[in-house]
Write a protein that binds this ligand. Structure first.
Ligand code: ZN
Length: 321
């Protein structure tokens, strides 16, 4: 479930975001908290944020988006998230959409907690806090039993300076000029749902849950069907690829076998040729040897004959004497 909560200061969307995280076991991505965490962790983005804040500048959208992105890649955000306090204007919403598209996690719903301006004024300007135990009251909606005194500990109640009427009016003005256009932005995407932010916290929460039930469950079912189909397709493709690679491997094996056969044949041929050549050489040598022997024998015979003839001649000569 990927949701962004929209609402003016005092609309109670932060409270609703917390309830959503508990019910759906998804993290609340509140940029203010994240910034503080990154700064104290001295991460690279945290250091850049701190430098901007120290210089009295606003933290750039790029840094805030980077922090949100790194938060979204943590395991607990795998099943979804509730964005609270971001985006605050149209350019931020566009950047956020682009980033979520890159992550393959587009927003599913933008829920506006809608509260009338007069009620917001009373909620914000009527706030009183106990200086000692921290209990919160509202002089219009949940006043203390004794005006200006804490029910629990009797300490003095304080009206914070940024809760005075002028300051509150300015904050609401900023919201209306910068953030109210987000309502049209998400409406155009077909993602906007509106909940009246009046009544008990639990009633408002129930209305938000009903919207989620109607909007996201069918969407989630469709998405899981799509995911299953994609997984099946991937499996099929993997099987096909395995088959192909097996084919290639067997072709390679066949080629190797053929090469071995050719080499064996060539070796055999070479051996045969060598044998033949050796035989020829030996035959020639034998012939030569035979010839030489014959010649020698002939010579011997001739010599013997000559000797015999000489002997015979000598004998004859003796006789004639
Ligand atoms: Zn108190």
């Amino acid at each position: 479930m990927r949701i962004v909560l929209l609402g003016a200061p005092g609309s109670g969307k932060g409270t609703q975001a917390k309830l959503l995280t508990e019910k759906f076991k998804i993290p609340q991505i509140a940029t203010g908290d994240l910034l503080r965490q990154e700064v104290s962790a001295r991460s690279e983005l945290g250091n850049r944020a701190k430098a901007a804040m120290d210089a009295g500048e606003l933290v750039s959208d790029q840094v805030v988006l980077g922090i949100i992105q790194s938060r979204l890649t943590k395991p607990d955000a795998r099943t979804g998230f509730v964005l609270d306090g971001f985006p605050r204007n149209i350019p931020q919403a566009q950047e956020l959409d682009a980033m979520l598209a890159r992550l393959g996690k587009p927003l599913q719903l933008a829920v506006l907690v809608d509260v009338d301006r007069e009620v917001l004024m009373k909620r914000l300007t009527g706030r009183r806090g106990c200086t000692s135990c921290g209990a919160i009251y509202n002089i219009y909606f949940s006043p203390p039993r004794v005006p200006g005194k804490c029910d629990k500990c009797g300490s003095v109640l304080q009206h914070r300076s940024d809760d005075n009427e002028d300051a509150v009016r300015r904050r609401l003005q900023v919201y209306e000029t910068q953030s109210a256009p987000l309502v049209s932005y998400y409406k155009a995407q077909g993602k906007l749902r509106t909940v009246r932010g009046i009544g008990s916290v639990n009633d408002i929460f129930k209305n938000i849950c009903d919207i989620i039930e109607v909007q996201i469950r069918p969407l989630a079912a469709a998405m899981s069907r799509a995911e299953a189909a994609a997984a099946q397709a991937a499996q099929l493709a993997a099987r096909k690829a395995a088959k192909e690679s097996a084919k290639v491997a067997s072709a390679a094996a066949a080629a190797k076998k053929a090469a071995a056969k050719v080499m064996k044949k060539a070796a055999k041929k070479a051996k045969k040729a060598a044998k033949k050549a050796a035989a020829k050489v030996m035959k020639k040598a034998a012939k030569k040897a035979k010839k030489a022997a014959t010649k020698k024998a002939k010579k011997k015979v001739v010599k013997k004959a000559a000797k015999k003839a000489t002997k015979a001649k000598a004998k004859k000569a003796k006789k004639t004497k």
